[in-house]
Design a protein around this ligand. Structure first.
Ligand code: AMP
Ligand code: ZN
Length: 418
């Protein structure tokens, strides 16, 4: 299978570390509110990738985290180490504890995931269940002289990291590096690129719901450390594929690499980095303040089945922005209904299997190869869908059409036989 690797900026063959096995990690949701249809575009991408790899015969271990501590609001303004903890902020707003907020939205996330045909990863891990692992990784970084302490926490020292001969920020696209873009940089930091590994709880004022003791004092982990600590715990110091939305490419992922490689010394931490382009709504940015951060709840309340949204996602290539409109969702719902109807008609109109002519055999093999080539070529899902429609309209026997539809649905996950 070929994928576009953001690290090398080329489409290249995925060569697993261990033959026949793939370890992959997806940066999961921050469970402080209902996941949006934008977030789910990215999770559908990792699902399609994991399903495709399984279809091609790989034994896949997919790990996804749930961020329930440490993801600060400053992340949107150019400094992920500043601002309020999204979970604590939501807790105050909703009048319940950060623990309850996390549990509630995590459960809702799983329900929406299932409705969208997203297979549950082998491991789903919460940041708050892995505090010792995160403390251990920060301790390793400390031992390797890659940390320093300032007023509000322990920070990763990017210049010290670079002095060891390692590169920082290889994934970033230059024009996207705008450190401290909208926030005043913390003057105590040695370099604007440095980021918090462990933040101290505020000395006065409101007490946090989530805090833990550590060798550095009571506090909570920085956002980035959870992914390095949990991915290496479940997949090893080096693994095959890492997936996330394109917004994570310039800071979160470079920080994950620096932490993991700084702690373990193993390079490269991940061989293939896959980034999904954003979902737009009505041609523009999707945002809570814009009132267009739709969720699966809205999709359903407007009378659409969530799998219609999945069909819609498949109509765009993952590296291109995709524009959501209710009309486009309606068109996807119509196409999905037509596909299911076609499947039912083909199924009820099957004749006994007879020996196939070599010409028909060749045709079936051609479709099989075409579908496989589409997914193997950097997950060309629009091409895979075109193959589906081409095949059902062809003159191969209905028996084979039904078989192929069911087989391909292992990748598409559309429930054609629903
Ligand atoms: P968050 O819950 O903010 O941590 O984001 C979870 C995931 O959703 C990350 O991989 C983001 O890159 C991704 N994401 C956020 N907004 C969008 C969007 N509009 N389209 C696609 N992916 C998104
Ligand atoms: Zn991550």
């Amino acid at each position: 299978m070929k994928l576009f690797n953001s690290l090398t900026r080329t489409v290249e063959e995925v060569v697993p570390r261990e033959q026949g096995k793939v370890g992959m990690y997806t940066c999961g949701p921050t469970v402080y509110s209902t996941a949006t249809i934008g977030n789910f575009r990215t999770y559908t991408l990792s699902d399609i990738l994991s399903r495709s790899l399984r279809y091609l015969g790989y034994d896949v271990t997919h790990v996804m985290n749930l961020t329930d501590v440490g993801h600060l609001t400053g992340d949107n303004e150019g400094d992920s180490s500043q601002g309020e903890d999204r979970l604590e902020k939501a807790a105050k707003k909703e009048g319940r504890s950060a623990w309850d907020v996390s549990e509630g939205y995590a459960q809702e996330f799983f329900v929406h995931m299932t409705k969208l045909g997203i297979m549950r990863p082998e491991v789903v891990c919460k940041a708050t269940d892995h505090i010792p692992e995160q403390i251990a990784m920060v301790s390793d970084l400390e031992k390797n002289d890659l940390t320093y302490k300032i007023g509000d926490g322990i920070y990763f020292d990017v210049l010290a990291y670079e002095k060891t001969g390692k590169k920082y920020g290889e994934l970033s696209t230059l024009d996207q590096i705008k450190f401290g873009a909208r926030l005043e940089p913390n003057p105590e930091k040695k370099d604007p690129r440095d980021f918090a590994l462990w933040k101290f709880s505020p000395k006065s004022g409101a007490k946090r719901d989530m805090e833990w003791g550590s060798p550095w004092g009571v506090g909570f982990p920085g956002w980035h450390i959870e992914c390095s600590a949990m991915s290496t715990k479940y997949l090893g110091d080096q693994f095959d594929i890492h997936v996330g939305g394109e917004d994570l490419r310039s800071t979160h992922h470079p920080n994950e690499i620096a932490q993991a490689e700084g702690a373990t010394g193993v390079h490269p931490f991940v061989k293939t980095w896959v980034h999904g382009a954003f979902l737009l709504v009505d041609g523009g940015r999707m945002g809570k303040s814009l009132g267009n951060a739709y969720t699966v709840n809205e999709i359903e309340s407007r009378g659409y089945e969530p799998l219609a949204l999945r069909y819609f996602y498949l109509t765009g290539h993952y590296r291109k922005q995709l524009n959501f409109t209710w009309e486009a969702l309606g068109a996807a719902a119509t196409a999905l209904a037509k596909l299911r109807k076609t499947y039912q008609n083909l199924k009820s109109d099957q004749t006994e299997r007879t020996t196939l002519s070599s010409e028909k055999m060749e045709q079936i093999e051609k479709y099989q190869a075409e579908f496989r080539a589409a997914i193997e070529n950097d997950l060309a899902m629009p091409k895979a869908l075109a193959t589906v429609w081409g095949m059902v309209k062809s003159n191969i026997p209905n028996f084979d059409k039904v078989e192929l539809l069911l087989e391909w649905d292992r990748v598409l996950g559309l429930g054609v036989d629903k």
